[in-house]
Design a protein around this ligand. Structure first.
Ligand code: DGL
Length: 207
């Protein structure tokens, strides 16, 4: 396969959350052009079936290919968890997910207790635990699905008492587990980073 170096990178997510990934790509690879697809018509992905997410991912990848992209970043943990293997087999274009890179960083945990937050789909898939156990079998993983975070972020309620209360309820169970690393396993969550930092404390590494 011949790659046109001048072509843009295609990035997609279920909505605005993947812009946090696009921002990092822009920071690290400032000369690259990006075509971003946010599937705001069908968000959320986190509560949908694996088959549905594979179908959506296929459709979006076809659309991005029509935009002549040279590679695709699946900037959605749910789509990475459910669809990455399937679409990599089907399409002749480099397709990069977001879960493995996050797991590699989280594997540097000091006390080997790692919390994962994400959508129902991502946490239910157990994929972070799979990667982490592969990297270090001594790591214990505690997963917590946080389905209300995505609508709060899509609504733009980033600094709001309602968001604080919900985050506090979701994260209290992980605080009780004495984790030293928390993987924000959904591309929407970095937008709530300051809330999570405050609730988890300075000693917990946020990935
Ligand atoms: N932002 C997506 C993720 O990273 C999914 C959020 C959703 O649509 O439920 O998992």
């Amino acid at each position: 396969m011949k790659i046109d170096r001048e072509a843009p990178i295609g990035v997609f997510d279920s909505g605005v959350g993947g812009l946090t990934v696009a921002r990092e790509i822009m920071r690290n690879l400032p000369s690259e052009k990006i075509v971003y697809f946010g599937d705001t018509a069908r968000v959320p992905y986190g509560s949908k079936s694996k088959e549905t997410i594979i179908r959506y991912s296929r459709q979006i990848i076809r659309f991005l290919q029509q935009q002549q992209v040279k590679a695709i970043v699946v900037a959605c943990n749910t789509a990475s968890a459910f669809a990455l293997d399937a679409v990599r087999d089907e399409f002749d274009i480099p397709i990069i997910g977001v879960i493995e890179p996050g797991a590699k960083v989280a594997a540097q945990t000091r006390n080997k207790r790692v919390g994962i937050i994400g959508t129902v789909g991502t946490v239910g898939s157990g994929i972070h635990a799979e990667y982490l156990k592969h990297l270090d079998p001594e790591i214990t993983v505690f997963g917590k699905a946080c389905p209300l975070f995505v609508p709060l972020v899509e609504e733009g309620w980033l600094h709001d008492p309602v968001t604080d209360e919900i985050a506090s309820r979701y994260l209290s169970i992980l605080k009780e587990r004495y984790i030293d690393t928390l993987v924000l396993g959904c591309t929407h969550y970095p937008l709530l980073r300051s809330t999570m930092r405050r609730l988890m404390g300075e000693d917990v590494t946020l990935v």
